[in-house]
Design a protein around this ligand. Sequence first.
Ligand code: ADP
Length: 483
Amino acid sequence: MTSLTALSIASELFPLIKTGGLADVAGALPTALRAHDVAVTSLLPGYPAVLGGIEDPRQVHDFHDLFGGTARLLSARCGELDLLVLDAPHLYVRPGNPYLGPDGKDWPDNGLRFAALAQVGARIGQGLLPHYAPDVLHAHDWQTGLLPAYLKYSGRPGPKTVFTIHNLAFQGRFPYELLAKLGLPQRAFSLDGIEYYGGIGYLKAGLQLADRITTVSPTYAAEIQGSEAGMGLDGLLRLRGGRLSGILNGIDTDVWNPANDALIAATYDVESIAARARNKKALQARFGLKPEPGALLYGVISRLSWQKGLDLLLEALPQLAGGGAQLALLGAGDAELEQAYGAAARKYPGQIGAVIGYDEALAHQIQAGADALLVPSRFEPCGLTQLCALRYGAVPVVARVGGLADTVVDANEMATATGVATGVQFAPVTTDALIKAFGKTRALFADVVAWRNLQINGMTTDVSWKNPAQHYAKLYRDLVAER
Ligand code: ADP
């Protein structure tokens, strides 16, 4: 096996900065690829949390003027990860969320902030740094969508590119007027370039110009080529269908390991699932729920948004509570949903609990203590919480869409008879179907042996990065062979 080098470019990376699953992928895939002789360096913006969290920073390049200010490129490390950090204070040194200002709205200069990241990624690919020539550039989501455009319109040769869609809903659309500031030629503004519905589309540019497109599950790869999930880009995705594939995400099985998780009340493994009872008790206490060991306790860990279907769950709460179940919900996002779940907790004291906010430790405690984990998403490119749930023996109850369909084996008659079921799927994604799923889950939970089998099957499912990394390594090698 020949060794390969890849530069991964993403706007977030766990554990330095995270708003969602993208950070988990960007933080875990490089380590998993090492086993396949692929050496990955990760380029990311120098937000305050990143500059404060890196080790051994060393300047390797300086820019006199990068989109309106001076900037530096730092080589650094974070644990086992090799990093290049784009330290451009005028673009990235701001409080809070990487994308939103304190008013909750997009930073007005997001177009420039992420064009800079993409442009620097392309330039590194083309030899900006002496002694570093990556074989492949792997760009993630709209924030890096212009990267293949910078390569193409520079007129200079560069490495092959992979562009991964983590969520087609975030498209990075900007007005035509931005073009003058991007350092791209006028001819880039065309149907086969960065033009998108009269403006500039960063995600569209990536889909149009990358050598390969991947997304994070086979089912989502198929769904987005249709008009319902294609969000205006299905035509382009069909056109490029031969270059598009779905590779499931994994999770970091060291971070998510119930056998030695320091964040939970009691550790356990597949041989000692009964020890979960202590975690359930602790979770009930944390959420102010009645300490009933026999009550079916659902967990939710989610952004609170339309995508995640949590308005449907809200409508189904009377049935959930009426059936004697409990709910522990951790989430942040839409103000309306935040308030509604707060109100639901007050309406059903002892039965429904909600913590509004982002809390990594509590996410672990829910996975370890909940009997079932609910993911009622309207669409879900891959979804990570159901993978963690499988590993922790929380039975996933999920909408049959995207990566949820690919990773949870529904407890239908056939799967139950052959002993491969790991959870419950429901379709279509409606309140009624969700309520029916509550009934099915309740029946399974009442059957102690059936439930234990679901847990065992889930906990012994390989949700690590091992398989996915193999697919990415093959993709990189195929691309390099094409050169
Ligand atoms: P998305 O990227 O669409 O938000 P994913 O399921 O792919 O959804 O990834 C979400 C990640 O963020 C998971 O690792 C999940 O545990 C974590 N997460 C989501 N909301 C919270 C929260 N409120 N507190 C802690 N972790 C959260």
